[in-house]
Design a protein around this ligand. Structure first.
Ligand code: HEC
Length: 139
């Protein structure tokens, strides 16, 4: 097995969506640090709810503008996007450019590695806010 296919199988084992195959897999531990900037506006994990921005649990393969009870901009709702590695990479680089008039007043992340890492961090959480593979959320 060569280096490239090792990276690919690691990405598959971590439960990445198919979109990840075209890119280097991010590092979720490094992504947790990058996520600090998102945390001002977004919550994720067990018990997370909508905040200034929509909750980010179960984000991968989620259509844009689809969290119940969150008041999205028209721009987001009509963007036609489905959030996966390529669409998030483009959005997080320049949110206002990628979805003009989005309510997300965030300048964007310049580093491709930081973008990959933060996506890997977010991708760990399923819709219930549990980390994938951890089992159902205790009551
Ligand atoms: C200053 C507040 C703020 C920061 C910081 C911020 N966001 Fe957002 N984000 C928002 C708002 C508000 C929306 C809703 C956008 C809309 O409706 O146009 C949003 C929307 C999103 C969406 C679309 C969600 C959906 O359900 O369609 C994603 C994905 C997202 N943000 C990821 C991130 C990530 C990752 C970071 C950190 C790198 C981040 N955001 C930083 C405020 C923020």
């Amino acid at each position: 097995m060569n280096g490239k296919s090792l990276v690919l199988s690691a990405a598959l084992l971590c439960g990445f969506s198919f979109g990840a195959l075209a890119q280097e897999a991010g590092d979720p531990a490094a992504g947790e640090k990058v996520f600090r900037v998102c945390r001002q506006c977004h919550h994720i994990g067990r018990g997370a709810t909508n905040f200034y921005g929509p909750v980010l649990n179960g984000l991968i393969d989620r259509p844009a503008g689809s969290v119940p009870g969150y008041n999205y901009s028209e721009a987001n709702k009509t963007s036609g996007k489905v959030w996966n590695v390529p669409t998030l990479t483009s959005y997080l680089r320049q949110p206002q450019h990628d979805v003009p008039k989005t309510y997300m007043t965030f300048a964007g992340i310049k580093s491709d590695k930081e973008i990959a890492d933060v996506i890997a961090y977010i991708a760990q959480y399923d819709r219930s806010g549990a980390k994938k593979g951890e089992g159902p959320q205790p009551q």
